[in-house]
Design a protein around this ligand. Structure first.
Ligand SMILES: Nc1nc2c(ncn2[C@@H]2O[C@H](COP(=O)(O)OP(=O)(O)OP(=O)(O)O)[C@@H](O)[C@H]2O)c(=O)[nH]1
Length: 287
């Protein structure tokens, strides 16, 4: 106590605890101590519930964490000969090292989880994460009702973009496309990078007419401005296919297939356009 508080033994012995340590949560501590008196039973708090009881500096040079010593506290009854509690002894254990390494580990796990769901180039969800989120959404709808729409879009002539301007330029185009999408979508819409130059978006509670508008807005937003990077200016375009679960479809793979067929049609019809799966004529392959 002498080492960690600013009090010497002479200054503190016999004094009122709460007057010496003014920052103590007095009500909480009184309740805690009273329960030990009442129950004649040891009590405990860990740094995870309450980081510290007494504001002691921990003396470690760690940034980004609490400036005080993390503490575990034991409240032990001390009884007289008749087994009545006469005192409560508070033991404070310095948990700073364990607390800091536990928190660093937690932060690393959170970051790892984030990285494992994100595509490094575009910072959009990667395929595995997006597909899981989409499957969950379709399952939710199947159980509780509602609808979800799906757009798949793909860069046009991306191979030539790479071949003519270099892979780095191609990468820049993909990053730019991802950014342009973010300006169009609502916070509840979920976008991911599905493959090389293929992107997917699912739109919760959105009907097919609204989805057509979003797909067109995405296309325009991406295609209206050329990409400029290291003295190269290049117009780009995308083709998109979209569908919805509203017409009795509760299978996420089936929805992906439908949107993919519509995307294929958008390519076949000359690219730089959006095709509604539900409007495909019967003579064109639907499934
Ligand atoms: N720069 C870059 N290129 C990629 C990446 N992933 C895939 N690609 C390239 O994207 C190109 C896709 O080519 P294709 O599938 O033929 O498609 P496309 O040329 O866009 O033709 P259409 O889709 O029919 O218009 C391939 O050359 C891939 O190497 C990436 O992360 N960065």
């Amino acid at each position: 106590m002498e080492v960690h508080s600013d009090f010497s033994e002479n200054e503190i012995i016999g004094k009122n605890f709460f007057e010496c340590f003014k920052n103590i949560p007095q009500k909480w501590l009184e309740r805690k101590i009273n329960s030990v008196f009442l129950l004649n039973h040891e009590s405990y708090t860990s740094w995870e519930q309450r980081p510290y009881l007494l504001q002691f500096s921990h003396g470690r040079s760690v940034t980004g964490h609490l400036g005080f010593m993390y503490q575990n506290c034991n409240f032990t009854p001390i009884c007289n000969q008749d087994n009545e509690v006469e005192y409560v002894c508070i033991t404070i254990k310095d948990m700073t090292d364990i607390a800091i390494s536990t928190m660093q580990l937690k932060e690393a796990c959170t970051e790892l989880e984030r990285i494992s769901s994100i595509d490094g180039l575009t910072q959009l969800y990667n395929r595995a994460h997006w597909e899981k989120a989409f499957a969950n959404e379709v399952e939710r709808i199947d159980r509780y009702g509602g609808k979800v729409s799906l757009i798949i879009f793909d860069m046009d002539y991306f191979k030539s973009i790479n071949d003519n301007n270099g892979h780095l330029f191609g990468d820049q185009v993909l990053k730019e496309v991802a950014n342009r999408c973010k300006n169009v979508l609502r916070s509840v819409d979920v976008i991911g990078r599905y493959g090389g130059e293929e992107f997917v978006v699912f739109l919760p509670e959105t009907n097919i007419q609204e989805t057509a508008l979003v797909a067109e807005k995405l296309r325009k937003n991406i295609c209206d401005t050329p990409v400029y990077y290291e003295d190269i200016t290049l117009p780009i375009s995308i083709s998109a296919g979209f569908t919805t679960s509203a017409v009795e479809c509760n299978d996420f793979e089936k929805l992906l297939r439908q949107a993919d067929i519509a995307l294929y049609q958008a390519k076949a019809r000359g690219r730089n356009q959006c095709v509604n799966y539900l409007k495909l004529p019967v003579e064109e392959p639907k499934e």
